[in-house]
Design a protein around this ligand. Structure first.
Ligand SMILES: [Zn+2]
Length: 355
């Protein structure tokens, strides 16, 4: 055999071996439904993936009575020449439309203040997730006649709990495979933050507090709670409470720990802006971190409540009491659950409490 052929053979073997060891590193491991867009609706990816961008889409402008017909929405992508990697339906079903190893056309023109190099080419660095949802009247009027908007069923406006659950599962899965996407709000962004003059999605009805920014850690041999806490910039106590365990508990190799959501302060950050991004109040942020003043230092790590836990209202509960028990603001509970602040809680009512 000629040397050249040997190399060729070697190269092919490495490719095949790589495929066997890691057959689908760019494929989601959560269950998805194939709804692939034609290949012309994406391009080859050349850059590292560092961001996830969240959107909403619906067919409300054409059919306000049936805005979430998947075939109709698929048609919108085709007609407008845009695309996304994933789309999450009202019941939490996840559609796969473009492979992650290809660039989808979801972000368009815009810029993120923290990432000037990404101006107008965010698609190259990101994974797009569309949620089937409709925003507020103000957000939608530029694209839907007022009369049509007002005829939309109330249950079709905003996002569903099932969508948040699926989004959290999908994000977990994506971040497992793309280590350059940091699990914080500078890397998981909304379309409106990138294109504020053009886009309103995912908008005011999207509760960022329901997105789980906590992280998963799998214990390796010889690892101690102390080492893990140090690695993530949290305290041992933080991890222990978050995982409902004692801080002197014995760790098992392969055991999965949840690391509470943390935000690393970047230059020009303000408490107000950070709170806003996570859908929580400044008060909550101050309380959770025991801050004594509002001065922030670049690189500071802040603990942020994130993701939600289910709660069933018991006799004698008030919003105030639940908020106290879970150390979150009443406003956050109201917003996350879309409650009328003047309405009474019903026994047995299901609430979502952000962590
Ligand atoms: Zn969008």
């Amino acid at each position: 055999m000629k040397l050249q052929s040997v190399f060729k053979l070697l190269f092919v073997s490495v490719l095949i071996l790589g495929w066997i060891v890691n057959p689908n590193s760019s494929q989601a491991r959560v269950q998805t439904n194939d709804l692939h867009l034609p290949i012309a609706y994406s391009k080859e990816r050349a850059e590292k993936i560092t961001h996830v961008m969240i959107h909403f889409i619906s067919n409300a402008a054409n059919n306000p009575q049936d805005p979430y017909n998947v075939n109709d929405v698929y048609r919108i992508f085709l007609d407008y020449g845009v695309s996304t990697h994933y789309m999450i339906g009202r019941n939490g079903e996840i559609y796969k439309m473009v492979n992650e190893d290809r660039v989808a056309f979801h972000a368009g023109k815009g810029s993120l203040p923290r990432f000037p190099a990404y101006s107008n080419n965010m698609n190259d660095y990101s994974i797009g997730i569309e949620l089937l949802a409709i925003g507020t009247r103000d957000e939608m009027l530029p694209v839907i006649p007022a009369k049509s908007y007002d005829s939309i069923s109330l249950s079709d406006i905003g996002f569903t709990e099932a969508q948040y659950r699926s989004l959290n599962r999908l994000l977990d899965d994506i971040l497992d495979r793309h280590p350059f996407i940091k699990k914080d709000r500078n890397y998981i962004v909304g379309h409106e933050e990138y294109a504020p003059n053009r886009k309103t999605d995912p908008g005011k009805l999207f509760t960022w507090a329901s997105v789980d920014f906590s992280q998963k850690h799998t214990v390796t041999k010889g690892e101690t709670l102390w080492a893990i806490a140090k690695k993530y910039g949290v305290t041992i106590h933080d991890i222990a409470t978050f995982n409902n365990m004692h801080s002197s508990s014995y760790l098992q190799v392969g055991q999965t720990l949840r690391i509470p959501a943390m935000y690393t302060v970047m230059s020009r950050d303000t408490l107000w802006e950070i709170a806003q991004k996570y859908g929580i109040s400044v008060d909550t942020l101050v309380k959770w971190n025991g801050l004594e003043n509002t001065y922030l230092q670049v690189g500071n790590r802040l603990r942020v409540p994130s993701g939600t836990i289910p709660y069933t209202v018991k006799s004698g509960d008030t919003l105030w009491r639940i908020a106290q028990n879970y150390n979150v603001s009443i406003d956050t509970i109201i917003k996350v659950n879309n409650l009328n602040p003047r309405a009474y809680l019903r026994i047995g009512q299901k609430l979502s409490i952000p962590r």
